[in-house]
Design a protein around this ligand. Structure first.
Ligand SMILES: [Zn+2]
Length: 255
């Protein structure tokens, strides 16, 4: 999809990088470790519900788990004074991870969230600066800039990076490109054709490997969740971050 993207405010990428690093440290993660968005939500006391929750309005659930499944990825909603994430459980695991990371980015950035929904084309039909910020931070959380650069220098493919970090190939490609990782790696190789053979083994990432992607891990919440009317028919259903989760790369290219 063609993103109608607004530029990020000056200095935001650096801010997102620092914030993501602090949060990943809170979770005890090294730079090359995959992040579990559900553990992050739990750490911040944000329940993660899915459309199978009995409190969800049946008609909307049928719509968003059926013909319009691609149009709703997730939302950050208010449950009284508490915030909760609602995700679309019919999506594949990597897309769901990206959705939850995107909604958590809204939380971490303290966005005003009356209702933030992530759909399939965009987090909404307009790519607001708020959505771009959430995408950027979620990208840093899931695949930090430094890890992307290290992976690129090692010559990992998009698929290998995606497997390692539990993200879609599209998201991996977006991060590898948007962070300049691929460009830097190419330049490096041009200068040092034999770099690959000379690389050291202590740069943080041992090998692509496969991430054990935890099964959703939705945190059950008791009590009714008045999300009903809150579930928009249109709205940003592209869980931002997962460039790989959208039908088209949103913004710069995640999803
Ligand atoms: Zn959003």
């Amino acid at each position: 999809m063609t993103a109608v993207s607004q530029p990020l405010r000056r200095g935001f990428k650096a801010h997102a990088g620092r914030l993501a690093l602090a949060v990943r440290n809170e979770l005890g993660l090294a730079a090359a470790d995959p992040l579990d968005p559900y553990a992050l939500a739990e750490l911040y006391g944000i329940p993660v519900l899915d459309l199978a929750d009995p409190a969800m309005p049946r008609e909307a659930v049928r719509h968003f788990t059926g013909p319009a499944a691609d149009s709703f990825s997730g939302a950050l909603v208010a449950v009284g004074s508490v915030r909760a994430i609602v995700e679309n459980h019919v999506h594949d695991t990597r897309r769901r991870r990206a959705t939850v990371a995107h909604e958590m980015a809204h939380v971490l950035l303290e966005h005003d969230f009356g209702l933030l929904v992530t759909g399939s084309g965009l987090c909404g039909t307009t790519a607001t600066s708020v959505e771009r910020e959430a995408d950027e931070l979620a990208g840093e959380l899931l695949l930090p800039r430094d890890a992307a650069r290290t992976a690129a220098l090692r010559g990992w493919t998009d698929a290998a990076v995606a497997r390692r970090f539990g993200v879609s190939k599209r998201l991996a490609r977006w991060r590898l490109n948007a962070t300049g990782a691929r460009t830097i790696a190419c330049r490096h190789r041009a200068k040092r054709p034999r770099f690959a053979a000379a690389r050291t083994a202590d740069d943080g990432i041992a090998g692509p490997g496969d991430v054990t992607v935890p099964d959703s891990g939705a945190v059950p919440v008791s009590g009714a969740v008045p999300v009903g009317d809150a579930v928009p028919v249109s709205g940003d259903s592209n869980s931002g971050t997962d460039p790989g989760s959208r039908s088209e790369p949103r913004h710069v290219g995640p999803s």
